[in-house]
Ligand binder design. Structure first.
Ligand SMILES: Cc1cc2nc3c(=O)[nH]c(=O)nc-3n(C[C@H](O)[C@H](O)[C@H](O)COP(=O)(O)OP(=O)(O)OC[C@H]3O[C@@H](n4cnc5c(N)ncnc54)[C@H](O)[C@@H]3O)c2cc1C
Length: 440
């Protein structure tokens, strides 16, 4: 039996290097708010260094240029990367490119005839030479993908796509859009859709706008991290641009979102920890109403509760990662759904407490907390809202229970059964009781 929470020393060295690197090289860049081009210039040598250290795109298997670490090791690395919103791009696993690369890879595995997509899109994506977006949500359909209305009709050797998408992250900055569309309207709801690669400069692709959000109320069009509204009007792409097999879009998206979700959860651990450090530092620094904040019970409760919640989220996340490594994604679906809503809430709670302990300073742009808070609010919606994950957990858990007219723990019923079973014992009475019981 092995039941072990330790990290082997060789990998720990990599983690130590990564943590030092993120703090030393990436934290300072956050404070500059560089324009996109300068940011890319600053980041490129850092990406080279990560590649030299063998930590680039660690979520992918070695044959695809990744570290092949498995989810537990990845979790420990992502926890560090998650401390800074700039770090994922430096380590080659920023959303949505990381998930899209996985999607292309799974598609090629599923349909070997599409192996040419590796050189055309997968490798450039992995090298950071092109950018991608995942275009699924529509103004009228999000949490329930069976309601999607965008269509792709096969006419001759071309797919003709028509539809309206919403919240396509990086849509205006992407070279390729991975579009989820209904290709088989008469099939069962989950077999109706396929995913197609659409180069952004294809005629008929209209990036209507980058949507203003709580994070970026006035987005600069084309900036990485924006969320686009996109219209596809008679967009024609070759038949071979299909990812994987026809009708498998929903299944592929599930495969993409499963590990993708856990990677978010891992990064949230690092974000929570950073907010927690700010919470603690402020509480031992600020004096008010006769004592330091750290001496007030409410603040002590925040620190204890945050510590407990972060510990629980960490264990749940790493346990889900371990399950994926040892039993596969399918076996870990309940665990992934649990950490998606629980981890998002813990992240939100800790940042909220860190803001509160800083008072007015907490809501200013002088601290990263206000930006972290807005990002954390998103976490409860993207990759499926909390309510859907809670529903998934409850449904899956309830599969193990059967309806019973009388509760199985009903004491009178259990007593009657016990009286029957131990009838002989009860008949002989005190003679068979052990001495210690007799004494009582
Ligand atoms: C920051 C961010 C980035 C995103 N990036 C992308 C992207 O790159 N590509 C893309 O395609 N989409 C993206 N999305 C969209 C995201 O996937 C959807 O917002 C999400 O699936 C929810 O869909 P919706 O917004 O249409 O909400 P709806 O489906 O309308 O749901 C609204 C609310 O209804 C409630 N609800 C829904 N279902 C249930 C249920 N079964 N039980 C109880 N309550 C329920 C929930 O409270 C939910 O928040 C992004 C979203 C955000 C916030």
């Amino acid at each position: 039996m092995s039941w072990d929470f330790s990290t082997d020393s060789e990998y720990q060295e990599k983690l130590d290097w990564a943590e030092d690197f993120v703090r030393r090289e990436i934290f300072p860049l956050e404070a500059l708010e560089l324009p996109q081009q300068q940011l890319v210039e600053a980041i490129t040598p850092l990406q080279q260094e990560v590649k030299r250290q063998g930590l680039w795109a660690a979520h992918l298997p070695p044959e695809m240029g990744g570290g092949g670490f498995g989810q537990v090791r990845l979790g420990l690395l992502h926890e560090i990367i998650g401390m800074s919103s700039l770090a994922p791009v430096v380590f080659g696993n920023n959303a949505p490119d990381s998930g899209n690369a996985e999607l292309l890879a799974i598609g090629i595995e599923e349909n070997p005839e599409s192996a040419w997509q590796r050189e055309k899109w997968l490798e450039p994506l992995l090298d950071g030479r092109i950018r991608s977006a995942f275009s699924m949500t529509e103004p009228g359909a999000g949490a329930d993908p069976t309601l999607l209305t965008t269509t792709a009709e096969l006419i001759g050797d071309e797919w003709v796509i028509n539809g309206h998408k919403w919240f396509t992250s990086n849509g205006s900055a992407a070279d390729i859009l991975l579009v989820m569309a209904v290709t088989d309207p008469d099939a069962a709801p989950r077999n109706r859709m396929s995913i197609l690669v659409v180069p952004r400069d294809t005629p008929g692709v209209e990036i209507v706008r980058d949507i203003g959000t709580m994070q970026h109320p006035h987005p600069e069009f084309g900036r990485i991290g924006n969320h686009s509204e996109v219209v596809y009007r008679d967009v024609r792409v070759p038949r071979e641009n299909l990812i994987g097999l026809r009708g498998n879009g929903f299944l592929l998206a599930q495969k993409r979102l499963g590990p993708g979700r856990i990677h978010h959860c891992m990064r949230w651990l690092g974000q929570s920890r950073r907010a927690f450090d700010m919470l603690c530092e402020r509480s031992v620094s600020r004096y008010t109403h006769g004592s330091l904040l750290s001496e007030k019970q409410t603040v002590q409760n925040w620190i204890a509760d945050s510590m407990a919640e972060m510990g629980a989220a960490r264990l749940l996340t790493l346990h889900a990662a371990w399950k994926i490594d040892t039993q596969g994604v399918q076996a870990a679906l309940t665990d992934i759904a649990i950490i998606k809503f629980y981890g998002a809430q813990v992240l939100y709670n800790v940042i909220d407490r860190a803001i509160q302990v800083h008072g007015s300073l907490g809501v200013t742009t002088d601290l990263p907390l206000e930006a972290m808070y807005k990002e954390a609010r998103n976490a409860r919606i993207y990759d499926g809202p909390d309510e859907v994950h809670r529903q998934t957990v409850a449904r899956r858990v309830l599969r193990n229970y059967r309806s019973r007219e009388v509760p199985s723990e009903h004491l009178p019923t259990r007593r009657a059964e016990a009286v029957k079973r131990f009838a002989r014992l009860l008949e002989t009475g005190a003679d068979v009781l052990t001495p210690s019981v007799q004494e009582k």
